[in-house]
Structure formats: structure tokens, C-alpha cells
Write a new protein. Structure first.
Length: 321
């Protein structure tokens, strides 16, 4: 996939009009990981997420994230030592910056956001579109860092008040989650990691093929050593082993007629990944997808895509409680 089509999300020459926006489904490259690049990569590699996909899902993400985790986070941030001048927040795999647009206005006090992503186009978008004020009107500032978020260490997070990410854990390996937990623990900062896939999807009305597609999709999520729907369990274990108190809360997408455009792209990506994983499904999947898309267009389909938000409260650096 060339960078131009990945950025536009629109069909290029010879592409079908029903092309899946990059990020909504398989990348088209065998073995490629449809995510921000977490390891050393050619800087000319095409991005895995189109901004159109991130923009399309942003309202559903904002509605789904667990507000119940904000109060314990606010209490921890208020009690962190040496933070009278404001907090420093690292946003990993920030994409277009939707996490900052959701979270910054929920927190009081001055904030400095450090946005991490491998795609300079997305970083620029995130910086330009970032909020400028906190809940109490305090100033919010940003800087961007292009690079490999899987290589973060406690030293790289020195001075951090919070690490946050959205839809990241499920595209990590167990070793990478262990490294992330160790870095946060070493820096003594909490982590708010939202919208990790839970491996469960509910479609109304139901269809006999739903469970088979869902299982194939989950298998696709676990390819190449990625954790997919097992990520939250692995992260809970990893952060707990480093002494963190971990809180979990469901954060499902609830998609109805008002979210038809998102539901359509999600359906195409969901079924496409399932067929890529189990090609024998194709004989029935095409008709299944057509039926589901018709119901979506008619406003007759509702989908719940289950996710989980995780808050890990590490012991502050220096041994404070």
C-alpha cells in the first residue's frame, strides 16, 4: 500500500470503491502489523493508520472510555511529589491526538503533553489539534517525539506524571508489555491505557456466522506473537508484578444508526481480518458482509464492540505513597 492511499483513505487507481480505510482492517501486506510501528522501521514505510479512520472512530472512543477511572487518577496526580508546576503526560502511539483531546479537558492544572508516534503527518495533526486549556483553564502545552515507543525506558520517562495510550496494548507482545510496565514502575508514574480489545462482539440482530467470524478475528489479532484480546490480562499481571495497583473498567463501543459510517468500516475490517486468517471462510463471508452492510445502511444493525480500560497506579518514585 503506497503512502498516498494510506493517508487519503480513498480508493486509488484500480482500487475498489469499498476499500477499507487503513487501520480499519488488514494492511494488505502478509505479516504486516496494522498499527503504529513499534520497532525499528524504515522511515519511508507507509503509515498503518489513515487519519480518516482515526477521525471516524474518535467520537465512539470518547464515548466509550471509562470515566470511572478518572477520579482515582486525579487523586494520584494531585498527590504526586514535585508536581506543583503541572504534570507531564506521555501519550504513546498518539495518532491524531484523540486521547489528549479527551483527557486534557478532564484534568485540572497545567499540563505538558509529549506525543509519541512514528508518523510525522499524524504527529503534526495531533500537535495542531491539541487542546490548549485544562478543566480549570490552566495552560496545556505539547511537544512531539517521533520514534519507537516499545523502546521506552524509565530514563526516557524521567519526570513523567502519567503515561497514556489508546488502542495500544492489544498490538504489543508480552515482552513489550513487560517492558512498558517496567518503565512506568521505574519512573514512578501511573498509566492509563484505554480501549484494548476484549475479544467479544455482539451484533443485533444476530447471525449464525457471528461467532465464527469473531473467533477468526481474535486469531488474527494474536498473529506474530501479539496479544490481541489477551493483552489486558497480560498487562494486569505485568503491572501488578511491579507493585502497581491495577483497576479495570469496560469501555465498549455501542454502535447504532448514528454511527453507520464507523460501523461500515469496522464491519469491512472485522470480516476482512477474519477471512485473511481463515481463508476457508470466504465462501460464506462475502454474503454475510453484504447482508450486514445492508442492515447497517438501513439503520437496522446495532453492534457492541467490547474493550477494557486499565489504570495502573504505580508507587511514586522516591517511595512516596
Amino acid at each position: 500500500m503506497v503512502a498516498g492511499s494510506a493517508r487519503s483513505g480513498r480508493p486509488g487507481p484500480g482500487q475498489a470503491a469499498d476499500v477499507v480505510i487503513p487501520g480499519a482492517g488488514p494492511s494488505g501486506n502478509p505479516g504486516a502489523r496494522p498499527t503504529v510501528k513499534l520497532r525499528e522501521a524504515d522511515p519511508d514505510d507507509p503509515p498503518r493508520y489513515a487519519p480518516e479512520w482515526l477521525e471516524l472512530r474518535e467520537p465512539a472512543d470518547a464515548a466509550a472510555r471509562a470515566h470511572d477511572l478518572l477520579d482515582p487518577l486525579r487523586i494520584r496526580l494531585a498527590n504526586l511529589p514535585g508536581k506543583s508546576g503541572g504534570v507531564v503526560i506521555h501519550d504513546l502511539g498518539c495518532g491524531t491526538g484523540s486521547m489528549g483531546r479527551w483527557l486534557a479537558p478532564c484534568l485540572d492544572g497545567a499540563q505538558h503533553w509529549i506525543l509519541h508516534d512514528r508518523d510525522p503527518y499524524l504527529l503534526h495533526f495531533a500537535a495542531v489539534a491539541s487542546p490548549r486549556s485544562a478543566a480549570d483553564g490552566s495552560r496545556v502545552t505539547v511537544e512531539t517525539r517521533r520514534g519507537d515507543v516499545a523502546r521506552l525506558t524509565a530514563d526516557a520517562l524521567h519526570g513523567a506524571s502519567l503515561v497514556t495510550a489508546s488502542a495500544l496494548l492489544d498490538v504489543l507482545t508480552r515482552e513489550e508489555i513487560d517492558a512498558l510496565a517496567a518503565a512506568c514502575a521505574g519512573a514512578g508514574c501511573p498509566a492509563l491505557l484505554t480501549l484494548s480489545v476484549a475479544g467479544r462482539v455482539e451484533l443485533t440482530p444476530s447471525h449464525p456466522l457471528d461467532s465464527e467470524i469473531a473467533q477468526a478475528f481474535n486469531d488474527h489479532q494474536r498473529r506474530d506473537g501479539l496479544l490481541g484480546p489477551d493483552a489486558v490480562t497480560a498487562a494486569t499481571e505485568a503491572f501488578s508484578e511491579h507493585g502497581a495497583t491495577v483497576r479495570l473498567h469496560p469501555s465498549p463501543w455501542r454502535l447504532g444508526p448514528e454511527q453507520a459510517a464507523l460501523t461500515e468500516q469496522w464491519l469491512r475490517g472485522w470480516v476482512g481480518a477474519a477471512v485473511e486468517q481463515h481463508p476457508d471462510l470466504r465462501a460464506h463471508a462475502d454474503a454475510y458482509l453484504a447482508e450486514r452492510l445492508a442492515a447497517c445502511a438501513a439503520g437496522q444493525l446495532r453492534v457492541t464492540v467490547h474493550h477494557t480500560d486499565l489504570l495502573a497506579l504505580n508507587r511514586p518514585a522516591g517511595g512516596a505513597s
